[in-house]
Design a protein around this ligand. Structure first.
Ligand code: KIV
Length: 283
């Protein structure tokens, strides 16, 4: 096993040292390998895979099989960042036993080092049960996408005083239950700041302003791969969607005009003949 750069204790220390935590999602080995060459601290195999890669219009249809499959794919390409697997809808809501067994699958079969689940105070007992089973848990509160129908859409949460207090209570209950970190999604900046200052564990924000201990974005959003998705909280660091489109258009043109493959991309007859003699069909 390679020497790990990022561990749960090292992330907890970041809070004390005031060094921000950077996190992104990933869903496959190709991107995991690229991310592994950077200084990114934490990779979440999010249930956002359902919307980003599997064509669903919410995260609700994502299954444990999907999550184990994608977590395992990411694990194959990742050594240094901490790998967190997301618990999909209905994998932890029914019972402690289900939740522990499913969290265990993400660790044992997926190779994750921790799991994440959505929900606040109401789920603190469930979180405690998973932590007591020896599995590290990351919380997720605020705009929790698995509750999209209860919220009536993907709307910023905690905008009024009472809702803000409830979200703060959620954060404190999860910390007490033993989570090592909490994702704060889609809440006002001042609420995220207050929660971050109150907790001794790191907060990781997404659409929660600059005062969290770290930030997470969906990889495909920040790379501009998702052309229709342009919410306020996403900064695009590349326009890869347009790059893919123009690259493919250029390829189609080259194929149609016959300029690809040119000699540069073709084997000469002599090479081919020689390979046949050597019994090498690898081309
Ligand atoms: O599923 C996901 O990608 C997430 C992050 C956006 C935090 O939960």
């Amino acid at each position: 096993m390679n020497k790990k750069c990022v561990t749960i204790p090292s992330l907890l220390n970041r809070k004390k040292n005031g060094k921000k935590i950077s996190a992104l999602t990933a869903y496959d080995s190709c991107f995991a390998k690229l991310l592994d060459t950077t200084d990114i601290d934490l990779i979440l195999v999010g249930d956002s895979v359902g919307m980003v890669a599997l064509g669903h219009d919410s995260t609700l249809p994502v299954t444990m099989e999907d999550m184990v499959y994608h977590t395992r794919a990411v694990k194959r390409g990742l050594h240094n960042p901490l790998l967190v697997g997301d618990m999909p809808f209905m994998s932890y809501q029914v019972s402690d036993a289900d939740a522990i067994a499913n969290a265990g699958r993400l660790i044992q079969e997926g190779g994750a080092e921790a799991v994440k689940l959505e929900g606040g105070a109401k789920f603190s007992g469930r979180v405690e049960a998973i932590v007591n089973a020896g599995i590290s848990v990351m919380g997720h509160i605020g705009l929790t996408p698995q509750s999209v129908h209860q919220f009536g859409g993907y709307k910023v949460q905690g905008k009024n005083y009472t809702d803000g207090r409830l979200i703060k209570k959620d954060a404190l209950a999860l910390q007490k239950a033993g989570v090592f970190s909490i994702v704060l999604e889609g809440i006002p900046t001042d609420l995220a700041r207050e929660i971050t200052e109150e907790l001794s564990i790191p907060t990781i924000g997404i659409g929660a302003g600059p005062h969290c201990d770290g930030q997470i974005l969906v990889l495909h959003d920040m790379l501009g791969l998702n052309l229709e998705f342009t919410p306020k909280f996403v900064k695009r660091y590349a326009e890869m969607g347009s790059l893919v489109q123009s690259s493919v258009e250029n390829y189609v043109k080259d194929v149609q005009t016959g300029s690809f493959p040119s000699d540069k991309y073709s084997y000469t007859q002599r090479e081919t003949a020689l390979r046949r003699v050597m019994n090498d069909d690898s081309e």
